[in-house]
Design a binder for this molecule. Structure first.
Ligand SMILES: [Zn+2]
Length: 332
């Protein structure tokens, strides 16, 4: 039995037909975790859909109304890059509920993992890049509204920049939150990651992503690590430690929301970095070790993963649970 919870529902499945996004991955990961003995059935908890009032903490009433009534414009549906249906709306509301539940469990147990979520390309008033609503942002705003946390940090390791996250949390300050001044020169000039930073809020946003990839326009996160094409495990893992340490030096949050994207993988169809499966597992372990050492709870969502072989995506995501188990302990 794991010393933390896995949040999962069969209804995480996204009804989008044949698509580069492998909507069946969530169930495959659950099955893998059980078949391999990494988890047992009692490790899983089932989420409920987010309430509309929770979603409205992040998204505009106009956008929520369009989603609920099926009145997106053709352009808005095109931008979403997944086919609209009422069932898809339900799946995204459930993903948001799953992230809320995972955040709650993380605050209790030190870590929790939703076997879903991480839809970081959703903006307050529109969705894009397979992301209809921003589950992680909904979870953060719910925890803040309910006085369970005051501050949070998003640590986004999906290969694509977290543009929705950056916009949602730009310019919002919690009373008394530390506001860092401009960054000093911290990284070595030859370091592969080029940093850009502008602001700090009650939610400090960090994104490690491939510079030459979607989205073309990258609104500034609190800290962006713009990675060059093709970097491998060693350089990437150095950036992970640097970015997290830098961020925690500016804000020690009440909750870290880790987006454990599988798409920095070398055989990803939508990524251009060169990480190995082992490197990605070590990435997860670094995040967990640092968070545990700092005593900060971590809520994990999976985000993207488009490996040529679905099995590899399943392995990478399953390894996130393995890494958490190794860091936080547990027997099964
Ligand atoms: Zn991605």
């Amino acid at each position: 039995m794991l010393p933390f919870k896995l949040v999962y529902s069969d209804d995480y499945y996204l009804p989008i037909g044949s698509h580069v996004f492998p909507a069946e991955k969530y169930k495959c990961i659950r099955d893998r975790l059980l078949a391999s003995g990494i988890a047992v059935p009692s490790d899983f908890v089932t989420p409920s859909p987010a309430a509309d009032e929770d979603v409205l903490l992040v998204h505009t009433p106009q956008y929520v109304h369009k989603l609920k009534t099926g009145t997106l414009t053709a352009l808005e549906e095109l931008e979403l890059e997944v086919p609209y249906s009422p069932e898809l709306v339900s799946a995204f509301w459930l993903a948001a509920g799953g992230s809320v539940l995972a955040a709650d469990h993380a605050l209790n147990d030190g870590v929790a993992i939703s076997i879903g979520g991480g839809f970081h390309h959703a903006f307050p008033g529109h969705g894009e890049g397979f992301c209809m609503i921003h589950d992680v942002a909904v979870a953060i705003r719910c925890m803040q509204r309910d006085d369970k946390i005051r501050t949070a940090m998003t640590f986004d390791c999906d290969v694509h920049q977290g543009n929705g996250t950056a916009v949602i949390f730009s310019g919002t300050h919690a009373p008394g939150a530390p506001v860092p001044s401009a960054w000093g020169s911290v990284l070595h000039p030859n370091h592969p990651g080029r940093r850009r930073s502008v602001h700090a809020e009650d939610v400090f946003t960090i994104s490690l992503h491939q510079q030459n990839n979607y989205p073309a326009f990258k609104p500034p996160s609190s800290l962006d690590m713009n990675l060059p094409d093709g970097i491998g495990d060693d350089e990437y893992l150095a950036c992970v430690g640097d970015a997290l340490s830098l961020g925690l030096g500016k804000l020690k949050p009440d909750l870290i929301c880790y987006l454990a994207g599988a798409d920095p993988y070398c055989e990803d169809q939508l990524g251009g970095l060169s990480l190995t499966i082992e490197g990605l597992k070590e990435r997860d372990a670094i995040v967990f070790r640092i968070a545990k050492a700092e005593g900060i709870p971590v809520m994990v969502t999976l985000a993207g993963g488009y490996a040529i072989k679905l099995e590899d995506t399943i392995t990478i995501h399953s390894n996130t649970v393995v890494a958490a188990k190794e860091v936080y302990g547990g027997t099964s």
